[in-house]
Write a protein that binds this ligand. Structure first.
Ligand code: HEC
Ligand code: HEC
Length: 218
């Protein structure tokens, strides 16, 4: 009986260790630059993290926090304003040690938004024909490339930089998150800088699949 109680206690303690917020979140000033709750009304200078668990693949997140790369070449600007000047992000993101990064990633992956649509993207690859048609829609009709980097036919990076790069977006972003972002961006930001397209569900599924094909070889 006592042994059982002990096992339950140890189990609960373990859970709370995973779910508890690691001290580095405060010590390293993550909150100065990121919102950790949708209830915070003031926009911060870095992207929102209160839906990290919905948005990122865990292995990408852990690697990013350990050795950050530039995702938004024109510095991140919250809200609906476009930044002026500053063609490259001016400061590298702070880097964490391997163990800090693992602990913080565990915690960040628990942050989720309720009410997102799930299991929207099947594994079926796009046919060559469909991919070609989607490429035209993506680049010419919708003009996604005017704000986002993508790859051209010979694998060279091209496109605008006022939005985050979509090169290798599939390694970074979860397919369902891309779907939700394109379908109802206002679930994440009441007013963002990306135009709201009001795509129907089918179109969003196809564009999401297309984005997942923008991959470098390695
Ligand atoms: C001085 C401000 C600042 C601090 C402090 C800071 N960040 Fe950031 N963070 C940013 C900016 C700006 C970006 C966007 C970088 C880019 O897009 O290239 C970013 C990007 C990120 C991203 C990727 C988000 C996305 O949507 O692409 C994660 C995850 C992240 N930060 C986590 C953290 C954590 C965890 C901490 C604390 C250990 C932290 N940040 C501290 C400013 C900051
Ligand atoms: C006028 C510029 C602009 C156009 C055109 C545009 N976007 Fe965006 N997009 C942005 C910005 C800026 C963001 C970053 C979020 C924000 O600040 O609102 C973004 C974010 C995204 C994201 C999330 C990326 C991340 O890492 O957070 C995806 C996916 C995306 N856009 C896809 C598209 C697709 C697909 C199209 C075409 C149908 C498109 N965008 C057209 C500016 C644009």
């Amino acid at each position: 009986m006592i042994a059982n109680v002990l096992i339950v206690l140890i189990f609960l303690l373990n859970c709370s260790l995973v779910w508890a917020e690691p001290p580095e979140i405060n010590n390293k000033g993550c909150r100065d630059c990121h919102r950790f709750s949708s209830k915070e009304t003031k926009l911060k200078q870095g992207p929102d993290l209160f839906y990290t668990g919905d948005k990122f693949h865990r292995n990408w997140l852990e690697k990013f926090l350990e050795s950050p790369i530039v995702i938004r070449k024109v510095i991140y600007a919250p809200g609906s304003e476009y930044p002026e000047g500053k063609p490259e992000a001016s400061q590298p993101h702070l880097a964490l040690t391997k163990s800090e990064s693992a602990r913080i990633s565990d915690f960040l992956m628990t942050l989720r938004l309720p009410g997102l649509e799930k299991d929207k993207i099947d594994e079926e690859p796009l046919s060559k024909d469909k991919r070609v048609r989607l490429k035209i829609l993506f680049e010419r009709n919708f003009g996604c490339t005017s704000c986002h980097e993508t790859l051209n036919l010979v694998g060279k990076v091209r496109g605008g930089v006022s939005g985050p790069s979509l090169v290798d977006a599939g390694k970074r972003l979860k397919p369902d998150w891309i779907f939700n972002w394109l379908r109802t961006p206002t679930k994440f930001l009441s007013k963002g800088r990306m135009p709201v397209f009001n795509f129907d569900e089918e179109t969003v599924m196809l564009i999401t699949k297309y984005i997942l094909t923008i991959r470098t070889k390695q």
